[in-house]
Design a protein around this ligand. Structure first.
Ligand code: ADE
Length: 343
């Protein structure tokens, strides 16, 4: 038996009785797929049923009172989904004559519909031959094909996607798409031990036959980065700019930097800071914004270019010719974009 036939036979025998699967329509598919973004099937079921009772058609959704819409969504979270769903319904009424569009590009152009959801709706409602790949499908098929690269990487997703394309059937693309989700949800479980004994894929599954279920999928840990806001000042007098030496300890110790202050300051706050630090300025202009990522810290930097009237006497040696800086001073990469804007 071909692998796609096994998957479809499993779906016929084991699929869950879910409300959007009874007398499916593109509208039911649209609403259910939006609700199922970031939310579990069991949670979605009662919300979906209530929603269909109150707003049974795309035109009723397009005209829905916002209060009713939010009431129907209350508790599901991620309210932008509800707002976008209504916006999509209005666009469908106005631009598509009330008919949900049946191409991936038109679906993707609707608010709240990204590549995965467009693929899922396209395949389930319109039998479009497209691979809708989510976390569940990645888990099942990284195991099945024995793909040991990090599944967070786009390149790994593309490999799995193209291998999957090779096993897609010629028809029943709607059932096949839901069957893949079903195996991910009820057999190749997201948490806990997968139920390989009941899996239609197990006898050809790489991870199962090589005892690598615990190893695949490989998922890199997300590093936690502390976010810091900074205001960076490029304080100039003609061709010279103020640089300071960083402290002897801590991150980027002993290197040279532009003066910077915690937080994102307004122009008025910068002017105040300058006068408090003995640097009266005539002009403060907004400069570039830049994000620099270290392993454990992220600097989100806003900058200003400050023209000062006169270099204070005691700072005479701290203002350096901009062209000299690159040659003689070690300035960390994080600050280089602020210099580059003057090249
Ligand atoms: N998750 C996302 N779409 C789904 C669907 N149609 N059925 C079950 N789970 C899903």
């Amino acid at each position: 038996m071909k692998i796609s036939d096994k998957i479809l036979a499993f779906f016929d025998g084991h699929k869950r009785d879910l409300p959007w699967r009874n007398n499916p329509t593109p509208y039911k598919t649209l609403v259910s797929e939006i609700m199922l973004q970031q939310t579990r099937v069991d949670t979605v079921i009662p919300y979906f049923n209530r929603f269909m009772k109150e707003l049974p058609t795309i035109s009723s959704l397009a005209k829905a009172d916002d209060e009713l819409l939010y009431k129907l969504w209350q508790g599901l979270g991620y309210y932008n989904r509800a707002k976008n769903l209504k916006k999509a319904a209005i666009i469908i009424m106005e631009k598509h004559g009330g008919i949900i569009p049946n191409t991936i590009s038109e679906l993707e152009s609707l608010p709240g519909i990204g590549p995965y959801t467009a693929g899922a709706i396209g395949a389930i409602a319109f039998q479009i031959n497209t691979v809708a790949i989510d976390g569940n499908v990645l888990r099942v098929f990284s195991r099945y094909f024995g793909i040991t690269d990090d599944i967070r990487l786009e390149s790994t997703k593309n490999v799995i996607k193209s291998r999957l394309e090779g096993i897609y059937p010629a028809n029943r693309l709607n059932d096949f798409t839901e069957a893949l989700m079903e195996i991910g949800a009820i057999v190749c479980l997201p948490n806990g031990k997968p139920l390989c004994d009941t899996c239609p894929l197990s006898n050809a599954c790489f991870a199962y036959s090589n005892k690598m279920i615990d190893v695949i999928p490989l998922k890199s840990k997300l590093v936690h980065r502390r976010k810091e806001l900074k205001t960076v000042l490029f304080i100039k007098k003609e061709d010279r700019v103020l640089i300071l030496k960083r402290p002897r300890t801590g991150i980027l110790s002993n290197l040279w930097e532009l003066p910077n202050i915690e937080g994102h300051l307004s122009k008025e706050e910068v002017l105040l800071w300058l006068s408090q630090n003995g640097l009266p300025a005539s002009r403060v202009l907004s400069g570039i914004n830049f994000v620099h990522i270290f392993t454990h810290i992220e600097w989100n930097m806003k900058s200003y270019v400050v023209q000062i009237d006169q270099i204070p006497f005691h700072m005479e040696n701290d203002f350096i010719e901009i062209t000299e800086i690159e040659k003689k001073y070690s300035v960390p990469t994080a600050f280089l974009p602020f210099f580059n804007q003057f090249k």
